[in-house]
Design a protein around this ligand. Structure first.
Ligand SMILES: [Zn+2]
Length: 264
């Protein structure tokens, strides 16, 4: 009788310990295969630049991603669980957990597919080649390209002050950078056409150098024997801002082609 009681006490103790330990061990609140995003690209396009989700929260939904920072203060890139801000001067720095983002897309990156693109191609050819090889265009994809790049052209944005202007206006002050023969990582997403207005339709990449000193939003490039890693995502979670700014934004008239022109 006594042994049986000790047995059950032991089982209960182990269960209680596991319950106490496990949630602490898994910080993820979002499962893999999920594209988690905060706000929408149509809201960013009309000037909803106040961040609504901080990086502590974003890290619970992904270790990999891109977007921007509160007040459109530069470009954001996340990889290996670290999130960087690249300001308009091109300088990259680690983002504090307390900083917020008005638009970000993140996922827990688990590549399942590797596509080798032989030879030297430009950014447009890279997008076309990938489109030809994707098994389906109806899922969002997270994409990573690491290595040496013969040429990359990227941009960053200057911090805005309220009242905010539309994104296209703010982009007139963008800084453009060009690097040749550079080592680093491109973090990107491809979202299906039916997600227009929610995310950037098609390909969207941000870059950071291997030494994590500079980078930005990819505008153009040359790719040599690019190794493209893909993660097919089958769930989408959107955290819409509960702010007056988002409340009152006119998103009924979002023009996807206009968004694509500024964001791609
Ligand atoms: Zn971007």
């Amino acid at each position: 009788m006594k042994i049986k009681r000790y047995f059950w006490i032991t089982i209960l103790t182990i269960t209680a310990l596991l319950v106490a330990i496990l949630p602490g061990k898994t910080q993820q609140s979002t499962s893999s295969n999920t594209l988690f995003q905060t706000s929408t690209i149509s809201a960013l396009a009309v000037g909803v630049f106040d961040g609504n989700t901080n990086f502590k929260q974003l890290k619970k939904s992904g270790d990999f991603g891109l977007g921007t920072v509160n007040s459109l203060d530069g470009e954001m890139i996340g990889l290996d669980g670290k999130f960087y801000q690249i300001r308009a001067d091109g300088v990259a720095s680690l983002l504090p957990d307390s900083m917020t983002s008005p638009f970000a897309s993140v996922t827990f990156f688990k590549p399942q597919t590797l596509i080798n693109l032989e030879g030297q191609i430009n950014y447009q050819q890279l997008q076309q080649s990938l489109d030809q090889r994707l098994l389906s265009k109806n899922y969002p994809y997270a994409i990573r390209i690491q290595g040496n790049f013969p040429y990359l052209k990227f941009r960053s944005l200057p911090k805005q002050t309220p009242p905010y202007r539309p994104l296209a206006e703010a982009l007139k002050e963008q800084s453009i950078f060009e690097l040749r023969n550079v080592n680093g990582t491109l973090v990107g997403f491809r979202t299906p056409k039916y997600m227009q207005g929610v995310n950037v339709n098609g390909y969207h990449f941000h870059f950071i150098t291997a030494n994590r000193k500079t980078g930005g939003h990819l505008l153009d490039g040359q790719f040599q024997n690019a190794k493209v890693e893909l993660d097919t995502l089958s769930k989408v979670e959107i955290n819409l801002p509960k702010t007056a700014e988002f409340d009152q934004a006119d998103l009924g008239d979002s023009k996807p082609t206009k968004i694509n022109r500024v964001e791609r």
